[in-house]
Design a protein around this ligand. Structure first.
Ligand code: AMP
Length: 286
């Protein structure tokens, strides 16, 4: 038997989003918010589940934000599947899908930038995607203002992004509580990502090497092996699987500062690496 879900409202204008959220708030309901770029997968829905645990109403935004793509990145070919996304959101009993146009978010004359320091300046993603976090910061600041939610859920999958958003919300006195949720993985360990569809069959078969290298390195560091040595071996393992590594590093989990010994921190291992034309990122705690 197929389960037919009732359609959910999909709104495109900021004014309509505010009207709907305002009417829930007037009834004393708590609002949860999950910003996405669409092409929804189970990882996104684990964030929806987390938002539902913490709120009476859940809003999911679907917006492929041009500002966070570099000139040679995949903005044009990024998967856009709004109709299927809205159907999946209905099955997940999301209350509202907010899908603004680029013109709604960046109307003519738009001239504001949001520059975050701290975790955004740590020589990780920022080194390889120098304009990326400015684009993330401006759109997340806008979306958090637009949705005026009580709580917003972001994935640890984008770990540096999560720390930056926490910093941004604190620094700009945005009252929405920022919650991080764990990374959902395929059964072979590959972190779910909208970009996994870019992988060829061979690349997909090689891709779990990233998570394998991270888990092995985390275990060895946890057992007291020197970080420098362990990370060197992890880089060799990832390269041997066919990846070109942008970075594979052990960092302080709260500040992303470089770390030489496990005692200096809670430690987080973070990787970005390219296989073929696809760039994958992942991270785990030690
Ligand atoms: P995106 O649509 O890729 O911008 O992701 C939207 C949100 O989903 C971000 O907060 C991501 O960190 C989160 N996310 C993406 N992939 C996963 C995953 N595999 N598990 C959990 N959260 C994820």
């Amino acid at each position: 038997m197929s389960i037919v879900s009732a359609p959910i409202p999909s709104v495109h204008s900021i004014a309509e989003l505010r009207r709907r959220v305002g009417s829930w708030r007037a009834r004393g309901e708590r609002i949860g918010f999950v910003p996405t770029m669409g092409a929804l997968h189970e990882g996104h829905f684990s964030l929806v589940d987390e938002a539902r645990r913490r709120a009476d109403r859940v809003v999911v935004s679907v917006f492929v934000n041009p500002a966070q793509f570099g000139p040679s990145e995949d903005f044009d070919k990024y998967p856009r599947t709004l109709e299927a996304d809205v159907e999946k959101l209905a099955s997940a009993r999301v209350d509202l899908c907010f899908a603004p146009s680029v013109e709604d978010v960046y109307p003519p004359g738009f001239a504001t930038s949001v520059k975050v320091g701290g975790p955004a300046e740590t020589d990780l993603e920022d080194r390889f995607r120098p304009t990326h976090f400015a684009g993330v910061a401006v759109v997340v600041a806008k979306l958090l203002n637009q949705a005026a939610a009580d709580v917003a859920v972001f994935g640890e999958k984008d770990y540096q992004q999560l720390l930056i958003i926490r910093r941004l919300a604190r620094d700009l006195d945005i009252s929405t509580e920022i919650v991080g949720a764990p990374t959902l993985r395929e059964s072979d360990g590959l972190a779910m990502s909208s970009r996994n569809i870019y992988l060829s069959k061979e690349e997909r078969a090689a891709a779990p090497a990233l998570y394998r290298a991270l888990t092995k390195a985390a275990r060895l560091i946890g057992e007291g092996e020197p970080i420098g040595h362990v990370m060197g071996e992890a880089r060799e393992d990832v390269a041997a699987a066919g990846f070109a590594i942008d970075y594979l590093e052990a960092r302080h989990a709260e500040t992303l500062a470089r770390i030489a010994r496990r005692q200096e921190g809670p430690v987080r291992l973070l990787v970005a690496a390219r296989i073929g034309t696809t760039r994958l990122i992942d991270n785990i705690a030690v």
